[in-house]
Write a protein that binds this ligand. Structure first.
Ligand SMILES: [Zn+2]
Ligand SMILES: [Zn+2]
Length: 251
């Protein structure tokens, strides 16, 4: 399994794209699609028209908004660009069908897509994309919507993605023993905030879940100005990486 970080920041970060990850197993899978992640996806060299599987953790704009540009481009490519593409499968928390149903019905050109768009709401039930097993579990984030964390397993290797999350038993569960855990580290431990973890909490979760490698991501600009790796390292003695855009991880 290979993971490329398309975005390690948040909505308005000056140097980082917002949330997005490209996971390559026996096919490419995109997890979240925040602002500025699409240009980073192009930089990976992957043909974007080969992407058939999009997974969303939740629908705050910093995890979602580049889908609009991606989908408009996909429809134009298939309609006018002489290209073709296979079906697009979109997976996400409850509300996925309503959100994409509305977008596809409302935005000009979207309803003309000459390829199938399959919408699937996942909650706790594991599903497969090719040979990759994916387990979704609700995280603790905000009260207004469900945010799902995901655990990926492929050819004996495992990775977990917290989405946006505070520390919880469910987060520890999806991270249990994984080769790589990518976590929401929105804040420095010196200036914690609501709805997300700070670095020390990420370290605690990684330690409790006994992950092999911790990747800190989803930084607000303030978190960038303190040593989050050192803070997480107070509680976790394994390898800790501070994510950056286009960082490539071989899992
Ligand atoms: Zn969020
Ligand atoms: Zn977020």
């Amino acid at each position: 399994m290979q993971i490329t970080i398309l975005g390690s920041g948040t909505n308005m970060h000056p140097r980082r794209a917002a949330a997005g990850y490209l996971i390559a197993t026996d096919r490419p899978i995109l997890l979240d699609f925040g602002p500025r992640t699409l240009p980073n996806l192009l930089k990976t060299g992957l043909d974007r028209h080969t992407i058939q599987h999009l997974i969303f953790t939740h629908y705050h704009a910093d995890h979602f908004s580049d889908f609009i540009t991606f989908f408009f481009d996909a429809v134009c490519h298939a309609l006018y660009g002489g290209g073709s593409r296979g079906a697009l499968h979109i997976y996400g928390p409850p509300g996925t069908k309503r959100l994409f149903g509305t977008l596809l019905d409302t935005i000009p050109v979207f309803s003309s897509a000459p390829f199938k768009v399959m919408l699937r709401e996942v909650h706790r039930r594991p599903f497969h994309i090719g040979q990759t097993k994916i387990i979704p579990i609700p995280m603790t984030h905000t009260d207004s919507q469900v945010c799902l964390g995901y655990r990926f397993a492929y050819q004996g290797r495992t990775a977990s993605f917290s989405g946006d999350a505070m520390a919880s038993d469910n987060l520890i569960k999806i991270c249990r023993g994984v080769d790589v855990a990518i976590m929401d580290c929105s804040f420095s431990s010196r200036s914690p905030g609501a709805s997300h973890m700070h670095a020390e909490q990420c370290g605690k979760v990684a330690s409790e879940a006994q992950v092999k490698k911790l990747v800190l991501s989803h930084f607000y600009p303030l978190a960038d100005r303190s040593n989050v790796v050192k803070q997480a390292g107070k509680y976790f003695s394994g390898k800790i990486i501070k994510a950056k855009d286009l960082l490539h991880l071989q899992v």
